[in-house]
Ligand binder design. Structure first.
Ligand code: ADP
Ligand code: ZN
Length: 642
């Protein structure tokens, strides 16, 4: 049953077998078909593979799901020796290796989860030249012993996965990555390929410099993920909004919900579970065993929703994650894009949904003000947050804003909330002046500072104990803003904060003070255009889709992401379900995630075409030689029985 799993060697792949379609240049394509079951390379894949196979270095920037793995896997198969893959994702190495074993590639890993017996098996296989790919954690490679061990075998290439971890500017910095520059000096003749899904110029430069990739060719793919629908809405009762989003659009789908704190993670997971969603919490405070089981359930079972801090998800290559939801504001656009990128790797329609509100902005500005570290560190955090807020508040296409952030031009996409339901904007200069004057008066006349809630109470002439306590109903600004609702005022404050026209004080209480640019608003030199706040239907707590609508009400008008079966012909659905059940059972027996057996896309093709023989199966996307040999007969059985 299955492959020998010890450290993971397996048989049968001769890279030097004559390529099926002729000349040398066809060798890569032949492997693509025979081993992985795909007909064509995507995007830059062929060019990257050519560069690295010929012994050159490469820096590859490709979005999540773009197909980075083949860029080093195929050269590793074509070149003599073992491809050494440096990956920070110890928890996923087993799955990565299993996926390779399933297509007949001789792969193994070395990390701290192994006992010495397993490790020795893997090491011997490497030394004997019996491995095509060897995954190694960066901290392991940092040790001199590991480097000496590697010197005793033949290295086909070094692949540095998640290369943005070398960047201190970025959001996933790993000190061990800095040591990887040594590879260039120690193995000058071995090609190195660095890969990442983070695409800012700053990160790109840091990767190139710190990893000494001065002679590399650079491949920068388009970062567009057209199948992901981006939506950002105002936060009200966020858990209800989330539940309604999941129920109406992604019932039974696999998804990830991100929150900033452990407490929110726990509470949200509980709330979803109590409301019938198959949701599990995941954060760094849970014990390692439980975390591993949770991750494994997410990968292996259908339709699990993980509520997580950002500790979850890096490198998870589950292809059928149908939505990624953020219920707290991400700290940077890079982080947001990486996290949302975990949706829809299989190219099928998926949703990136974010809810954010005034409190998020206040909280994050406050955290930055109080963060340890020098001024330049705080400036960095602040500019990350500003870019994220600009994305949230834009009245233009979200995708154009996102891609623009990564230096890529594009046109309005038609598949984001602002395209589907263009938000209106209004001249908010006068309300902005009213609010800022209130801040000024409190400070000048009373030497007092307050948070948004109390300022809005003053503007709207809302009597509270605190108003009485301070006699604030005697201020000249008392009640000058009763033309706007509380929610509209919160929108005004949020947008002023987002635009840097109002600031959060560094006293730790989230009180509001003037920003340097506030003076221009007060003097009338600067007009302030604002997004119209959708009015939430009372009690629902949810604003439906599309944050910009002035009327709200009409529910979800944004195009709905389809569930996996929705666009299958009716007579193929039963077979598709039968194939999924077979896959599920097989994955359990083999102890691997279902997608390692076959992707949905392959099962869909089988369901539509109803192959009657092995030769009918041969050539389907995702059906390499090894999988045809292993599962072909079983699949024909499922088709015949359905
Ligand atoms: P990344 O690491 O860039 O996020 P992966 O290497 O995991 O992406 O590839 C994403 C998905 O696309 C995988 O399921 C992979 O099997 C598939 N894929 C990659 N290259 C091709 C190709 N040329 N044709 C068809 N599918 C591909
Ligand atoms: Zn758009």
């Amino acid at each position: 049953m299955g492959e020998p799993k010890l450290g993971g060697m397996t048989l049968n792949l001769e890279a030097d077998a004559p390529p099926a379609d002729g000349p040398e240049s066809g060798a890569a394509r032949a492997l693509l078909k025979r081993v992985f079951g795909y007909d064509d390379f995507r995007g830059d894949q062929a060019a990257v593979i050519e560069q690295v196979t010929a012994g050159g270095d490469a820096v590859v920037l490709m979005p999540t799901g773009g197909g980075k793995s083949l860029c080093y896997q195929i050269p590793a198969l074509l070149r003599p020796g073992t491809g050494v893959v440096i990956s920070p994702l110890i928890a996923l190495m087993q799955d990565q290796v299993d996926a390779l074993l399933a297509v007949g590639v001789r792969a193994a890993f070395l990390n701290s989860t192994q006992d010495s017996f397993e490790r020795t098996r893997v090491e011997n296989a490497y030394l004997a030249g019996e491995l095509d790919l060897l995954y190694v954690a960066p901290e392991r490679l940092a040790s001199e012993a590991t480097k000496r061990f590697l010197e005793n075998g033949t290295i086909a290439l070094f692949a540095i996965d998640e290369a943005h971890c070398v960047s201190q500017w970025g959001h996933d910095f790993r000190p061990d990555y800095l040591g990887l520059s040594e590879l260039a000096d120690r193995w000058p003749e071995v090609p190195r390929i660095a890969l990442t899904a983070t695409a800012t110029d700053a990160t790109h430069k840091e990767i190139t410099e710190r990893l000494k990739l001065g002679r590399a060719r650079h491949f920068v793919a388009s970062f567009d993920r057209p199948n992901i629908q981006y939506r950002i809405e105002n936060k009200g009762e966020v858990r209800r909004q989330l539940l309604s989003f999941i129920r109406t659009e992604h019932d039974g789908d696999a998804g990830i919900v991100y929150a900033l704190s452990r407490k929110t993670v726990e509470q949200t997971a509980q709330f979803l579970a109590a409301n019938g969603v198959n949701a599990l919490p995941y954060h760094a405070g849970l014990d390692a065993g439980l975390r591993a089981r949770t991750q494994s359930r997410f990968l292996r079972e259908d339709g699990v929703v993980i509520v997580a801090t950002i500790a979850f998800g890096m490198g998870i290559d589950k292809p059928d994650v149908r939505f990624v939801a953020h219920i707290d504001l991400p700290k940077s656009v890079e982080g947001y894009y990486q996290e949302t990128g975990r949706a829809g790797r299989d190219g099928m329609p998926s949703t990136a949904w974010l809810a954010y509100g005034l409190q998020d902005v206040v909280q994050q500005r406050r955290m930055i003000e109080q963060s340890p570290g020098d001024l330049s560190h705080r400036r960095k955090l602040s500019s990350h947050l500003d870019a994220m807020l600009a994305l949230c508040e834009t009245v233009d296409c979200r995708r154009v804003n996102l891609l623009g952030y990564f230096g890529q031009g594009s046109v309005a996409c038609g598949n984001c909330d602002t395209c589907l339901l263009p938000p209106e904007s209004w001249d908010g200069t006068i309300p902005a002046q009213k609010l800022l004057s209130t801040v000024v008066r409190l400070q000048r006349e009373r030497n007092q500072k307050f948070g948004a809630g109390h300022l809005i109470d003053i503007l709207r002439a809302h009597k509270t104990a605190r108003v009485d306590q301070y006699g604030h109903d005697e201020l000249a600004v008392w009640g000058i803003g009763s033309d706007l609702s509380e929610q509209q005022w919160r929108g005004v404050v949020r947008q002023l904060l987002a635009k840097g026209l109002l600031a959060v004080n560094d006293d730790g209480f989230g009180t509001l003070v003037l920003a340097p640019a506030s003076a221009d608003v007060l003097s009338g030199a600067l007009t302030v255009s604002m997004r119209t706040e959708p009015e939430r239907p009372a009690g629902s707590g949810g604003g439906g889709a599309g944050s910009g609508s002035s009327g709200g009400g009409g529910g979800s008008r944004a195009a709905r992401a389809k569930a996996a079966v929705a666009d299958l012909p009716a007579d193929a659905i039963a077979l598709f379900e039968a194939l999924r059940a077979w896959r599920s059972a097989t994955a359990k027996v083999m102890g691997v995630p279902a997608y390692v057996i076959f992707h949905d896309a392959t099962l869909r093709e089988i369901a539509v075409r109803r192959p009657a023989s092995l030769s009918d199966l041969d050539g389907l996307s995702g059906m390499g030689q090894k999988k045809l040999d292993t599962y072909g007969e079983d699949l024909l059985g499922v088709v015949a029985a359905a």
